[in-house]
Ligand binder design. Structure first.
Ligand code: ZN
Ligand code: FE
Length: 258
C-alpha cells in the first residue's frame, strides 16, 4: 500500500491509499470527483471506500459522483457528522481500528475545527521505511492549524496535543496547501527560531518550483509550527502567558486577524 496526493479545487489535496496488488483504493476527503476518476483510471483501480475527516464541502463534494460510479463503495465518517456526510454508512467515534490492504488504520477523534472531526493514522509498516502516515484533514496544516469553526481553543489544543504525541517520523497528509502563508505568520510569532527561518527559505524555493509542501514532517512541525509550540518559552514570552490554553487561544486569535 502507498499514498497518492491529488491536487483539487483551489488549494485542497485529496489522498488515495492504493493497493496495487488488489487494484483497489480508498479516497480520503474527496472534495471533487473528476481528479479522483482520472487517477483511478490511470492506476486501473476501483474505489472501495471513502474516509471522511469532516463535513465541509471542500472535503465531501466528490462523494456522490464517486458513489454512482462505484456502487459498492463504503463511506466512513464521524458519528457526530451524521446527516452531513453524503452516503455515510459507517459512524466512527474515534478509537476504532480499521484496515486497508496490509495496514491497520487508527481512527482519532480530534474536534475543534468542527465538532466531529476525525484523523486517520497508519502506524509504520513492519517492512516499510519506518514512517507512519497521518491524515489530519483541517486540524494541522504546514506551520498552522485549522480555524475554530465549531469548537473551542481548549478542544483544539487537546486534539493537536493528541497528534503531537505521535512519533517525529510521521508524515502528515493535511488537506490544504497553506504552508507558505502560514510560515509568514509563524515568523511574526517566533522571529528568532532558526529552524523556522530555514524552513521559510526552503518552502519559498519549493513553492516557486511549484512543488507541494505536503506531506509534512511531524518532527519539523514540532520545531517550527507555533500551534504545536504552546509550551515554547519564546512563544509564551511573546504572548505574555504560560497557560497552554491561553497561549493557544491568543495564537489562533492573532492568526484570525492576520
Ligand atoms: Zn474544513
Ligand atoms: Fe478544508
Amino acid at each position: 500500500m502507498y499514498v497518492e496526493r491529488i491536487p483539487a479545487l483551489l488549494d485542497n489535496y485529496i489522498f488515495l491509499l492504493v493497493d496495487r496488488a488488489r487494484q483497489e483504493a480508498v479516497a480520503i476527503d474527496p472534495g471533487e470527483a473528476a481528479p479522483v476518476f482520472d487517477r483511478l483510471k490511470a492506476l486501473d483501480c476501483r474505489l472501495s471506500a471513502i474516509f471522511n475527516t469532516h463535513h465541509h464541502h471542500d472535503h465531501i463534494g466528490g462523494t456522490k459522483a464517486l458513489m454512482q460510479a462505484f456502487p459498492d463503495l463504503v463511506v466512513y465518517g464521524g458519528v457526530r457528522d451524521r446527516g452531513r456526510l453524503p452516503g455515510q454508512q459507517v459512524f466512527l467515534e474515534g478509537g476504532e481500528r480499521l484496515r486497508f490492504a496490509d495496514r491497520p488504520i487508527d481512527v482519532l477523534f480530534v474536534p475543534g475545527h468542527t465538532h466531529g472531526h476525525l484523523a486517520y493514522y497508519l502506524p509504520p509498516a513492519p517492512e516499510g521505511d519506518g514512517w507512519g502516515e497521518l491524515f489530519s484533514g483541517d486540524v494541522i496544516f504546514g506551520a498552522g492549524c485549522g480555524r475554530l469553526f465549531e469548537g473551542t481553543p481548549a478542544q483544539m489544543l487537546q486534539s493537536i496535543a493528541q497528534l503531537r504525541q505521535l512519533p517525529d517520523t510521521t508524515r502528515i497528509w493535511c488537506a490544504h496547501e497553506y504552508t507558505l502563508g502560514n510560515l509568514a505568520f509563524a515568523l511574526t510569532i517566533e522571529p528568532d527560531n532558526e529552524a523556522l527561518q530555514q524552513r521559510a527559505i526552503d518552502t519559498r524555493a519549493a513553492r516557486s518550483r511549484q512543488e507541494p509542501t505536503v506531506p509534512l514532517d511531524l518532527g519539523q512541525e514540532k520545531q517550527t509550527n507555533p500551534f504545536l509550540r504552546w509550551d515554547s518559552p519564546a512563544i509564551q514570552a511573546t504572548l505574555q502567558t504560560t497557560d497552554p490554553v491561553r497561549t493557544f487561544s491568543k495564537l489562533r486569535g492573532k492568526k484570525d486577524l492576520w
